[in-house]
Unconditional design. Structure first.
Length: 375
């Protein structure tokens, strides 16, 4: 097994990657245990709750309802309520409750990324630009015509769109599809009384089991504290995240590759921030107890959603964020005075661009090309 040494792992924090702020809010986001009501055969109520702005309700409700419908997750009786102090989304057997502001922000960020591709030159390249996530994050909190145009196209019936508008709509829906599918699949597991409604491959079970052992052990991080049902809910979310092209969002070629990369990057950004975009462009580490550590969750999403031409590895900005946060997690262990290993196993390295292993081993310098999608 190829491993990198503890001494090597510290190097990246000083490298050119954006260093995240280290002030970790308390892990208050774990949802309460599911209720005790009898499961209603997987059917659920959707409540979209209003935070700062009522205008968030329409895109949030549309996004949750449309992705759930594509996945075959029934959400009925859609209603709007005020937000209790909850995590971004919470579910039990009664249904799913999500914050409109958080979901709308996710949709706006996807729309911005879609528009960047749509207005770009030609379609030969699927490159996903560096620093796109921070840029998109900042753009999504302002009134932005590009974003409004992309969301409006995505929400309309395709028959009323021109071919170019269809392309923009499909890009938007495909990008937001990745994080929302993981989220809804995770919550659907809880809504069914902690049962997964999607078929699952043994390979996925093995992969999630490997990541759980890594999180709970001391070979890379310090000991984590996992709750089985949260890990299994993630596993279920991943089972729902299959190839976008099978799910009725017809895109092809470079557009499809771009949408997948952007979807993985947006999922990574979402998981690492745990939806808390309180400061545009800034990331805040949160590690709520019970869940797999965020970089491991992001790696797993990448393994399911990254395009075949990237060998199903997270690359580009997603890979850079994941590597940066693996570093940051080990530093948190060190700062807390807990035993930690710093050995990055093959099960992690094989989900990242090949040159990451070389950089971690000290054989190459870290730079932007370390994370390249085209090596
Ligand atoms: Zn959960």
């Amino acid at each position: 097994m190829k491993r990198v040494r503890r001494t090597a792992i510290a190097a990246l924090l000083a490298a050119s990657c954006a260093t995240p702020r280290a002030d970790a809010p308390p892990g208050s986001a774990a949802p309460p245990a599911p209720g005790t009501e009898a499961p209603r055969e997987g059917r659920g109520r959707l409540v979209v709750c209003v935070g700062d702005s009522a205008t968030d309700v329409v895109p949030a409700t549309w996004a949750l309802s449309s992705v759930a419908r594509e996945l075959g997750v029934p959400l009925y009786d859609v209603s709007v309520g005020s937000c209790p102090p909850i995590p971004p989304c919470f579910s039990d057997e009664r249904g799913l409750l999500c914050r409109a502001d958080v979901i709308a922000k996710l949709v706006r960020t996807a729309a911005y990324l879609a528009h960047q591709r749509w207005q770009g030159p030609g379609d030969a390249q699927a490159a996903f630009p560096d620093h796109a996530m921070a840029t998109a994050d900042i753009a999504s909190v302002n009134t932005d015509e590009k974003i409004e145009q992309a969301i409006a196209a995505a929400m309309r019936d395709e028959s009323g769109l021109t071919a170019e508008e269809q392309r923009l709509a499909r890009l938007t829906r495909s990008i937001m599809w990745v994080p929302l599918t993981f989220l809804i699949g995770h919550e659907d597991f809880h809504m069914r009384g902690n049962v997964c409604g999607a078929p699952m491959e043994q390979a996925l079970r093995r992969q999630v089991s490997t990541m759980s052992k890594l999180d709970a052990g001391e070979t890379l991080f310090c000991k984590g504290h996992l709750e089985l049902n949260e890990v299994l809910a993630d596993q279920c979310g991943l089972a729902y995240v299959e190839n976008i092209e099978k799910r009725g969002v017809p895109l092809e070629g470079a557009d499809l590759a771009y949408a997948k990369r952007a979807g993985v990057a947006l999922s990574t950004w979402m998981l690492l921030n745990r939806f808390r975009w309180s400061q545009p462009g800034k990331m805040v580490i949160t590690s709520p107890a019970g869940y797999l550590r965020a970089p491991l969750r992001a790696l797993l999403v990448g393994s399911r959603a990254a395009p075949a031409e990237d060998n199903h590895r997270a690359c580009g900005e997603a890979a850079k964020l994941i590597v940066t946060y693996i570093q940051a997690e080990t530093k948190r262990c060190e700062d807390a005075g807990l035993p930690w290993g710093g050995d990055v196993p093959d099960s992690v390295l094989e989900l990242l661009p090949p040159r990451v292993a070389l950089a971690w081993a000290g054989k190459e310098r870290w730079d932007e090309s370390t994370f390249s999608c085209t090596d």
